[in-house]
Write a protein that binds this ligand. Structure first.
Ligand SMILES: C[S@@+](CC[C@H](N)C(=O)[O-])C[C@H]1O[C@@H](n2cnc3c(N)ncnc32)[C@H](O)[C@@H]1O
Length: 294
């Protein structure tokens, strides 16, 4: 498989790939849904433009790399990114990136209009991955990779979701977890995602499932949303994002609230882990669910 294809595939499989081991009241069917959540609009210009790429450094060290336009004879441009910085690079066409991995230079193609991130792989080496967005005013918690139905069904069971629950999914993707909780248990739910397309999908999916009165979707940076009314929190995010969110969970959630994560643990919450379970998806692929009690 050529390297360009590999980086494209990483967009789809980034979270699920084994390469990133480090790597989700009062209900009433007819009553109001969660009323405290307001819709919010985020200017789309903050994201990655169609003729540029963004590269974010999510590691804890400066990263050095070189960029050049694909097919160009011009010398590559040397770049350096400090932790948390974002590089915006004009990309009217494919851009070729080179950097050191495992002590040798690797080269990949980056495609116009895509956000990328330098992150650690499971062995602790810096590598490049597709990200969720190129916004400079928000952390990139994880790229979009949906939780398979078998896994989210078990997440809801392990999270003890009932009709009395208020389920918050942090980085909700297409809304499937809160929609399942609403449809199966009559739970209320709030999905938060920073990508406008995900929120559009979530709303359409909730409508199609007939649960739009029970769920709300918020277009926002989840790190800035008050989650204190949640009785269950689900997260399918990268491990460093779980770690980043831990103080927020501790500050805002009431004691006893269950936090259910897909595939990645919450570093520092080892003593709060209630249980974990491995679930197979329809392709027999293993997913681990971790349950914590705040
Ligand atoms: C791995 S997906 C999980 C989707 C869904 N929870 C599921 O399990 O099917 C992670 C989601 O987090 C979103 N995300 C990334 N950074 C975010 C942020 N700062 N605030 C809110 N959502 C974010 C991405 O857009 C993506 O949809």
């Amino acid at each position: 498989m050529n390297k360009r294809l590999m980086i494209a595939l990483a967009a789809v499989f980034c979270l699920a790939a084994a390469l990133l081991i480090y790597f989700g009241g009062r209900p009433s069917a007819g009553g109001p849904a969660v009323g405290t959540v307001q819709e919010e609009s985020i200017p789309s210009f903050l994201g990655v433009g169609p003729h540029e790429i963004t590269i974010r450094n999510v590691t804890k060290k400066p990263v050095h790399y070189r960029l050049r336009a694909y097919g160009s004879e011009a010398p590559a441009v040397e770049r350096m990114l400090l932790p948390d910085e974002i590089d915006r690079y004009p990309a009217p066409q494919t851009v070729v990136i080179s950097y050191l991995k495992y002590g040798s230079e690797v080269t990949y193609s980056l495609f116009p209009g895509k956000p990328y991130s330098f992150r650690y792989d499971s062995a602790g080496n810096t590598d490049i991955w597709v990200g969720a967005h190129g916004r400079e005013d928000a952390v990139d918690l994880a790229p979009y990779v949906p939780t398979p139905p078998e896994v989210l069904a078990e997440m809801c069971l392990l999270g003890e979701v009932t009709k009395d629950s208020i389920v918050y999914d942090i980085g909700c993707g297409d809304g499937r977890i809160v929609i399942h909780a609403a449809k199966t248990f009559g739970a209320r739910g709030v999905g938060i995602d920073i990508e406008p397309e995900r929120i559009r999908e979530s709303k359409a999916n909730a409508k199609a499932a007939g649960v739009e009165r029970l769920v709300r979707f918020k277009l926002a940076d989840a790190t800035k949303v008050d989650i204190s009314e949640a009785t269950v929190v689900t997260m399918y995010l990268l491990p460093e994002s779980n770690e980043l969110l831990r103080p927020k969970l501790e500050k805002e959630l009431r004691p006893g609230v269950l936090v259910v994560t897909h595939n990645y643990m919450i570093p520092g919450w080892e003593n709060k882990e209630v249980t974990s379970k491995i679930v197979l998806d329809s392709e027999e692929k293993e997913h681990t669910i971790f349950v914590y009690r705040r």
